[in-house]
Design a protein around this ligand. Structure first.
Ligand code: 13P
Ligand code: SF4
Length: 327
C-alpha cells in the first residue's frame, strides 16, 4: 500500500491544472490533495467524480470521472471497499444499488438535485393511473423510491436510445420536462411529462446563445439536453456531458461554448490549450459542495454513508439494470 503521492506525481497534477488554476490557489490545495491520496490508500477507497467537479477534484483526486451513465457503469466494477461519490445524492444511491457490498460515501448530504426533489413515488403512480399501459422512463436524477416505480431509467447520454428501444408511440418520461421534450423532438415519440427542471440548465435562454454568437464569431455551441428545447434549437449539438467532451475531442472546434455547468469547460480545457472556451456557464450549488475539504472529511470520518431502503433495492435496481443492458 502506498502512503502518499510522490513529488513527481504531485507535479503532474499541478501541470494538468496549471491552465485553469493559478499557482497561488494550487498552493492552498496541496495539503488536501496529498491527504486524500494517502487516505484513499489507507482506507481502501476510490473517488468517483462527476464531470461537474471543480478541476482540483476532477484532475486532482478523482480516480474515475464521467457523466452519470459512465459513473453508474463504473460503480458496478469498483473493487475497493469504499466509494466516495463526488457528485450528488442520486449518484451515490445509484452506486449503492449497483454495488451493494460497498460502503458509499457522499461528502455532503446537502448535495441534492432540483430534478430529484421535484418528484415523488406518488407522482409516478398517479401518472401510471392516468395513462394505463404507457411505459415509465425515469431519468437517473431521481430517488431510489421513484426509480422503484419505473420501468426503465435513462441518462442524458442514452435517453434517445432508451425511448427508441421501447418501440412504442408514447412514453411517460419524468421528471425533466425539457429532457422529455428534447427526446420527443429527436425520436417522434409522444411524451407525457412532469413539471421538473434542472435549476442550472433551465436558466439558459435562446438569447444567451444569440448574443454569444454575436460576441464570439465562429463559436461552436454545445447545449445539454436539460436545457429548454428553444435553447437546444439554437445550439450546434446537444448531448450529455460525456457527449460534449467527445464532440470537442473529435471535432476540435477552435472556439467552443458549453451551455452547461461551469466546471465542465475547465475540466476539458486543461487538455486543449489550443481551443478557446467561451464560458456562459451556470453553477450547480449541489455539485459544488464536493470540495477537497469535504472529500477529505468523508475519508477521515466515514461520513456520510448512503444506504437504500431494502424494499426499494430490487425494483430500483431492475430499472437501472434494464437501462445498462442497452449498449
Ligand atoms: P450528465 O453528466 O449525465 O450529462 O448529467 C448532467 C447532470 O446534470 C447531472 O446531474
Ligand atoms: Fe441536478 Fe442540475 Fe445540479 Fe445536475 S446540474 S445535479 S441536474 S441541479
Amino acid at each position: 500500500m502506498r502512503a502518499a503521492l510522490t513529488t513527481p506525481e504531485l507535479e503532474t497534477i499541478h501541470d494538468r491544472l496549471r491552465p485553469v488554476v493559478p499557482d497561488v490557489e494550487w498552493a492552498t490545495f496541496i495539503d488536501d490533495v496529498e491527504a486524500i491520496h494517502r487516505l484513499k490508500a489507507e482506507r481502501d477507497a476510490v473517488v468517483l467524480g462527476h464531470n461537474y467537479m471543480t478541476p482540483e477534484v476532477f484532475h486532482g483526486v478523482a480516480d474515475i470521472v464521467g457523466d452519470s451513465l459512465a459513473l453508474a457503469r463504473e460503480a458496478q466494477h469498483v473493487e475497493a471497499g469504499t466509494i466516495v461519490l463526488a457528485g450528488v445524492h442520486f449518484m451515490a444511491e445509484t452506486a449503492k444499488l449497483l454495488n451493494p457490498g460497498k460502503r458509499v460515501l457522499l461528502p455532503d448530504l446537502r448535495s441534492g438535485c432540483s430534478l430529484a426533489e421535484s418528484i415523488t413515488p406518488d407522482d409516478v403512480r398517479a401518472l401510471r393511473a392516468a395513462h394505463p399501459g404507457v411505459p415509465v422512463v425515469t431519468y437517473v436524477n431521481t430517488s431510489a423510491a421513484v426509480k422503484a416505480e419505473s420501468d426503465v431509467c435513462c441518462t442524458s447520454g442514452n435517453a434517445v436510445r432508451v425511448v427508441e428501444s421501447l418501440g412504442v408511440e408514447e412514453v411517460i418520461m419524468v421528471p425533466d420536462r425539457y429532457l422529455a421534450q428534447n427526446v420527443a423532438a429527436r425520436t417522434g415519440v409522444r411524451v407525457i411529462t412532469h413539471p421538473g427542471a434542472c435549476e442550472v440548465h433551465e436558466r439558459f435562454t435562446p438569447l444567451d446563445i444569440i448574443s454569444l454568437r454575436a460576441g464570439h464569431p465562429g463559436v461552436t455551441v454545445l447545449a445539454h439536453p436539460e436545457c429548454p428545447p428553444s435553447v437546444v434549437a439554437e445550439a450546434d449539438f446537444s448531448g450529455s456531458t460525456a457527449d460534449m467532451q467527445r464532440f470537442v475531442e473529435e471535432a476540435h472546434p477552435s472556439r467552443v461554448a458549453l451551455i452547461t455547468e461551469c466546471s465542465m469547460s475547465d475540466n476539458i480545457a486543461t487538455g486543449h490549450p489550443d481551443i478557446e472556451f467561451v464560458r456562459p456557464c451556470n453553477l450547480c450549488p449541489h455539485m459544488k459542495r464536493n470540495t477537497l475539504g469535504a472529500i477529505r472529511h468523508a475519508l477521515e470520518t466515514g461520513q456520510h454513508e448512503v444506504t437504500v431502503d431494502p424494499d426499494l433495492v430490487a425494483p430500483a435496481r431492475r430499472a437501472i439494470e434494464r437501462m445498462l443492458a442497452l449498449r
